[in-house]
Design a protein around this ligand. Sequence first.
Ligand SMILES: C[S@@+](CC[C@H](N)C(=O)[O-])C[C@H]1O[C@@H](n2cnc3c(N)ncnc32)[C@H](O)[C@@H]1O
Length: 550
Amino acid sequence: MEVVCSRLSLFPERSYTVTISARIVNGVVPRVVCSTCVAVVKHNHRRTSRDNSATTSSTRTRTGRPHTSTTGGHARKLNLDISPHRAVSAVRLMRIELGGAFADLLNEQGKGSGDNEMGYVERTLGFRTRDLEDRDLRLVTEIVGGTTRWKRYLDHLILSLCHDQNTIKSMEPLLLQILRIGFYEILKLEMPPYAVVDENVKLAKAALRVGAGNMVNALLRKLLMLKEKSLLPEPKVDGDERQRARALATIHSHPVWMVRRWINHLGLDEAVKFMTWNNTDPGFSIRVNLAKGFTRPDLVGELEKLKVPYKLSQHLDDFVRIRTGMQVIIQAGLLKNGFCSVQDESAGLVVRVVDPKPGDSIIDCCAAPGGKTLFMASCLNGQGSISAVDVNKGRLRILKETAKLHECDQVITTIHADLRALDSNILKGDKVLLDAPCSGLGVLSKRADLRWNRRLEDMEELINLQDTLLDSASNLVKPGGVLIYSTCSVDPDENEERIAAFLLRHPEFCVDSADKYVSPPFVTEGGFYSSSPVKHSLDGAFAARLLRST
Ligand SMILES: C[S@@+](CC[C@H](N)C(=O)[O-])C[C@H]1O[C@@H](n2cnc3c(N)ncnc32)[C@H](O)[C@@H]1O
């Protein structure tokens, strides 16, 4: 029996196998929700059980478009009216929001995640638009990153502008993404407002139905009107500590628990500066690969040829900073050829704290995907060894392949193992780096969705793991050797507190100040390396050098 999904019309060209449990009464076919839409909805945790049940007799979507295609048929709809960057952004945002569920549905078509973006658009939105140009790609990156970061704030405004407070909860996932894109473009990007309204209305009509387009039109116009009159419904920062944190969390679009934590650790002003940093578009640093004989002047020459603006790093000789032009660098093949890699200077400075020298035997305990391993290997100049340990086989494979590409594989041995189970009688090193799994709270500007995936409960779990891994890593250090503990977090519980607890358990270790390895602005009172987004305009990172006496 051909079944028509009455729910989301997200996947108009798919055919479905659906088990209908409702009975046909008086010849009326019950309205059904296809398994695909149910899966999407379930993963969004937004549906009530009422929505998943068969209710009425309609057999068409609200556009009147059947939600099935003729079996095996691929009637392509070409819609050149739709701006491709918005269509791609909406699909990417669906993938971020619905995670594995949505990606799996896309892959069900037998096409992996490497498939091109327009294929995704076609399968999920139901039409083809023109291919992305470089400018579109830049816009996709900007819109997807920005909309993801500002999600809490955008949802607050969408909710405030809807008459019914439940509207946002029951809203179709795709409609919500289109609204967020429109709100973000109007509020945070300097885009011509009426074009934004027009384009997002067209997208909603083509991908969903006319009614969805009308809703987008009404809400975006209302937003424009309120913005022009400076009447946006902003939360007020007053009340008790919790209420103030809630308001700040909405204004700066972060989870409440993070805001409370930062106000405690940093004070209000610094916490606000930190959130502002997390919401800015990150620049990137590029490290040249000396192991391949490619030098910073070589990279500068290439960037000038490609007309990519750059600045030389003030902290590291092998690094340059760029704000734009990453696509151009990728297309020129500079990364694919192994001439350079993307690495934040904050991570490069951790390697400076390790201080790898030709002849060293180094163990990198949590090595994959290998950013620090490769930088350390390039410092060895072909002499010495790095044992790169990681529990994640896939990520370790990437490390191995990249090491080959970077021509520094001769000094690297990969070891697929859980550090906690590694035999310390077999493996010992002069320098042991533990770049521990952490909350990543120092890299929130680069990883737009991370703030929404981390929970307060994760912190305790991570702290316990960090303690256990520190104990295991310490067993691998030769007497007279050094243990370096690092994170990409700015949270004292994951940094200074872990070292203090470790030193109590291990009196055979003492702190070796980082001031011999990095410049004074990066050295804390306790002798640790710490980079701060607010102070140094770099990602947040931490490293402690601990000398073993016996
Ligand atoms: C912060 S990442 C390391 C990043 C890496 N050092 C770099 O610079 O590219 C943490 C790594 O720890 C690994 N890991 C987590 N638990 C582990 C364990 N018990 N044993 C070994 N590796 C582990 C994860 O698989 C992950 O690759």
